[in-house]
Design a protein around this ligand. Structure first.
Ligand code: TXA
Ligand code: MG
Length: 344
């Protein structure tokens, strides 16, 4: 199959919508990461998403809509709790996914057999135009091969999926750079399943107490079934061995410089760069979590391009605000390997 490269113009959006209506797959820019979209109500089209990505069938997909009313219009959920409306009023369109009890129209391929469905109204203009033009709810996971970092440019999508999908629309670089926050309202109190651009603090300001799933910050025990199936898969891991260093500014620099070699690199802050004697990948200025989120996946992909790098020591993000999302992705890239220099 030849993958069409489409642009943000009316003709190309219509073309992409036609592909979706016919059961095809389209790489779609969103403000978080690029998604691989298909008609959420067409089980065959959805099954093809799993094939193209090599994604395990037990990992459910997010359904993308272009207004809160779409939930009712398409019959996506069997119940729309008051808290869903509150979250929508405050954070939609935007990087927040809400899990509700599913409507009977949702194919098992989308929900992976669960009795719930994940729903998101993205803010990216192209995603909105495409959903409206297709007049369909669009199931879309991140548009990467399963196991590699989520794509934040159309080029990343092409690198992973060229020849396996019908088209990709180029919408430039994704703003947020990390996948959406996922919260389930299918239980009370609601629970945060994946941290993202809409932070725990922001959610609690609007709907009160929100629990944090244990898998957000910790490694799952082998015998535990995760609330969100995606949590159990190793994610975003570059081929090099990533190790998070819990350390103060100087201890971080001294440790790495003592262990320097051609095979060692560092994921650090701007302020560290000139003090480190190894190859550096900066997340941005210290404290600027939104910037760190924006840069992380690009950095993980770049590390893979440098084949001689075997070990990467990383700064440990602060676990608050958007920093919780950065930490959540980094510990997975590190296979949960954290070295606490403060305790040595
Ligand atoms: O920002 C995003 O959310 C991007 C863009 C494209 O919208 N999408 C994305 O999709 O990250 P994906 O498939 O890579 O991640 C979806 C996550 C997975 O961890 C999955 O297990 C979880 O959401 N999920 C989906 N439906 C669920 C459900 N019904 N219950 C629990 N977790 C669910
Ligand atoms: Mg993904």
């Amino acid at each position: 199959m030849k993958t069409l490269l489409l642009k943000d113009n009316e003709q190309d959006i219509i073309k992409a919508a036609e592909i979706l209506k016919a059961g095809g797959l389209v790489g779609m820019p969103t403000e978080t990461v690029y998604g691989l979209a298909a008609n959420a109500l067409n089980p065959n089209a959805v099954a093809n998403i799993f094939k193209a990505k090599g994604r395990p069938m037990d990992n459910p997909l997010i359904v993308h809509i272009s207004s809160f009313e779409d939930i009712k219009k398409f019959g996506l959920a069997s119940e729309i709790p008051a808290k869903a409306k509150l979250l929508a009023e405050n954070f939609w369109p935007g990087p927040l996914t809400v899990i509700l009890k599913k409507g009977s129209i949702i194919p098992d391929e989308v929900s992976a057999g669960l009795d719930t469905v994940a729903i998101r109204y993205p803010s990216h203009k192209i995603a909105n135009k495409l959903i409206k033009a297709a007049d369909l709810p669009l199931a879309a996971p991140s548009a990467n091969l399963s196991g590699s970092p989520s794509p934040t440019t159309a080029q990343h999508v092409v690198n992973d999926l060229n020849g396996k999908i019908d088209a990709v629309i180029d919408g430039g670089t994704s703003d947020v750079g990390l996948e959406s926050t996922v919260i389930t309202l299918a239980q009370n109190p609601p629970k945060l399943l994946r941290p993202g651009g809409v932070t725990l603090e922001m959610l609690e300001n609007v709907i009160g107490k929100v629990l944090v799933d244990n898998a957000v910050l910790n490694k799952l025990e082998d015998n535990v079934t995760p609330a969100s199936p995606g949590m159990k898969y190793k994610h975003y891991a570059p081929k090099a061995n990533v190790i998070i260093l819990k350390a103060g500014d100087n201890a971080f620099i001294d440790f790495i410089n003592l262990n320097k070699s051609q095979e060692v690199a560092a994921i650090c802050y701007d302020e560290d760069m000139e003090k480190l004697n190894v190859k550096t990948f900066s997340l941005g200025k210290k404290g600027d979590s939104a910037k760190h989120a924006h840069n992380l996946f690009e950095i993980l992909r770049e590390i893979d391009v440098n084949k001689n790098i075997k070990t990467v020591y990383s700064r440990c993000p602060e676990i608050k605000g958007v920093g919780m999302a950065v930490y959540n992705r980094l510990i997975r890239a590190a296979g949960f390997e954290v070295k606490d220099l403060e305790k040595l």
